[in-house]
Design a protein around this ligand. Sequence first.
Ligand SMILES: C[S@@+](CC[C@H](N)C(=O)[O-])C[C@H]1O[C@@H](n2cnc3c(N)ncnc32)[C@H](O)[C@@H]1O
Length: 198
Amino acid sequence: MRAFVLRARSAPTDSKLLIASVGQDAHTEILAHVLMNAIFVAQSHREDIMVHLVLESTQDFSRTISFSSNDISNLSGFHEQAWLEKIAHALDKSIGMNKEQLRNVEPGICVRTISFEKLVGELAEDYQLYMLDKKGDFIRDIELAANPCFLLTDHMPMPKKSFNSLKRLGAEKISLGPKMLFASQCIVLIHNELDLTL
Ligand SMILES: C[S@@+](CC[C@H](N)C(=O)[O-])C[C@H]1O[C@@H](n2cnc3c(N)ncnc32)[C@H](O)[C@@H]1O
């Protein structure tokens, strides 16, 4: 299983705001781009991929929306709008949830009121964590674990205090090269590196 976590610090947990923020300062289109590139290939989808989107601009709790590529069905198309609809629907389903609860939204999609820190603490039990960082070890100079989980951010960088807790969880910093890329572009390159080793 390959997992990707997008820490979307500027993404609203209100579905209407989320949709209204496409192309605006919060750049919520990033979430759809990440899902597109993590899960789809031409005319098909990848197997054994988990994507966790953590939306942190909230009045109550962060929302972690998790997508399992093996189980998702009835998407309305291979496009960003289809993913934004799924995210908005999950957010609507999460209204009224208390802290650290889970709700199944539909096959392959669930929403939880857990924080980024709590999520990565759980993931560290099953995955080797890799934090994407231009100053990390170049991806081709290391051997990636069989069960990698890649941690990315939106346009707002990871807060400094998160680095120490991630280090304690064994997270390694990896780089994809000298250019600052979008999170979704990082995902394409990571998939390709792993595809080449299969
Ligand atoms: C648009 S970047 C985030 C930019 C953010 N303002 C910053 O300064 O970190 C989105 C994500 O891609 C990762 N990223 C972008 N280019 C990268 C590269 N060349 N190597 C590794 N990670 C990269 C960043 O670490 C971040 O997780």
